[in-house]
Design a protein around this ligand. Structure first.
Ligand code: ADP
Ligand code: MG
Length: 347
């Protein structure tokens, strides 16, 4: 009541804190898939297979052939803030792995049922841990790690309902895997619905980026792509480098596909996307949206990777200048191809 004594402040129980935090890290089934696939790639896997049931609400299973997890680490594997990737805060400046917070697996155990099966090199058998039991059992296993997440959000009624009512998350999951497949060309990534014998994405491994794009997005996309490279030549110590493929004037699509990796992290950058779309709409006569794959590399100390709970955004030093440079380069490429096209149709 107004004017009354203020309400008491109490400390939340740890289980409540954990579940609240987990809901932020694992926002939807596709975020769980992203975390698991990143773990597999961080573990040096060359094959990663994803299986999904009911848009990930019933089952998400990610199997890899990476380095596995030591048996003695299993008891703390799914505790919060346990990681093999970071030890000092300063390591964040140079970290190469996609994970670093040691939160993803823990979060999944607070909002779903997690089982890990893993084997490390030289072991005769693997271990399976239905992690809440904390009593890993020996079992047969093939090289690597398999993580199974069942009944995601079983204890978050509102979240589960929303996800059941909205379109299921499977297309988002396929989209994530496709993006990873374009960047990690030497990892064989696949994704299928549980029980289906055909995969919806199957990247294979290849040595060429264009082949990777072809395997995932199709030959018709690749036909209309141009290679693009930008580097900051005026800078004393090269501030950034960008390699990529962008669609030309013949490409037709209603929606922009923007696959952006910054220092090998899949991220979103709204301002770069807007700038790119702006260039396309200004130069190309028809209202087609572009297909863009870009890999930007910067000195690690210029990238803050820790600004978002799901790590889907990063913050860059000199962001405006970088975007400006990239915009100029796209503009130049498009002008050239647009001129050629007009020339060809007139000839
Ligand atoms: P992070 O990736 O930030 O370290 P996670 O909770 O995602 O945190 O994973 C915790 C730890 O578990 C990792 O640091 C890694 O050592 C181990 N791990 C998780 N998934 C795998 C995997 N697929 N293969 C090998 N090790 C893994
Ligand atoms: Mg991780």
């Amino acid at each position: 009541p107004r004017g009354g004594a203020p309400p008491r402040i109490r400390r939340l129980e740890e289980s409540v804190v954990n579940r609240i935090a987990a809901g932020e890290v694992i926002q939807r089934p596709s975020s769980a898939v992203k975390e698991l696939v990143e773990n597999s790639i961080d573990a040096g896997a060359s094959t990663v297979s994803v299986t999904v049931k009911d848009g990930g609400l019933k089952l998400i299973q990610v199997s890899d052939d990476g380095h596995g997890i030591r048996c003695e680490d299993l008891p703390i594997l799914c505790e919060r803030h346990t990681t093999s990737k970071l030890s000092a805060y300063e390591d964040l400046q140079t970290i190469k792995s996609m994970g670093f917070r040691g939160e993803a697996l823990a979060s999944m155990t607070y909002v779903g049922h997690v089982t890990v099966t893993t084997i490390t090199e030289g072991q005769l058998h693997g271990y399976r841990d239905g992690v809440m039991e904390n009593d890993p059992k020996p079992c047969a296993a093939v090289k690597g790690t398999q993580v199974m997440v069942e009944n995601l959000f079983y204890n978050m009624v509102a979240r589960r309902k929303t996800l059941q009512n909205s379109n299921d998350d499977y297309p988002k999951i396929v989209d994530f895997i496709s993006r990873f497949a374009v960047h990690h060309i030497n990892v064989n990534l696949s994704c299928r619905k549980h029980g289906a014998n055909r995969a919806d994405v199957h990247s294979g491994t290849t040595s060429s980026r264009l082949d990777a794009i072809r395997n995932v997005y199709g030959a018709s996309v690749v036909r209309d792509l141009m290679e693009i490279q930008v580097s900051d030549e005026n800078a004393v110590d090269e501030i950034f480098k960008m390699d990529g493929f962008i669609s030309n004037a013949n490409y037709v699509a209603k929606k922009t596909t923007m696959i952006l990796f910054i220092n090998d992290r899949l991220v979103d950058c709204t301002s770069l996307k807007r700038a790119t779309e702006f260039v396309y709409s200004a130069i190309l006569p028809q209202a087609s949206k572009p297909f863009i794959y870009m890999s930007i590399n910067l000195p690690p100390e210029h990238v803050d990777v820790n600004i978002h709970p799901t790590k889907k955004e990063v913050s860059l030093l000199n962001q405006e200048r970088i975007i400006e440079k990239i915009k100029d380069a796209i503009e130049e490429k498009l002008m050239n191809c647009n001129n050629t096209r007009i020339f060809q149709t007139q000839a």
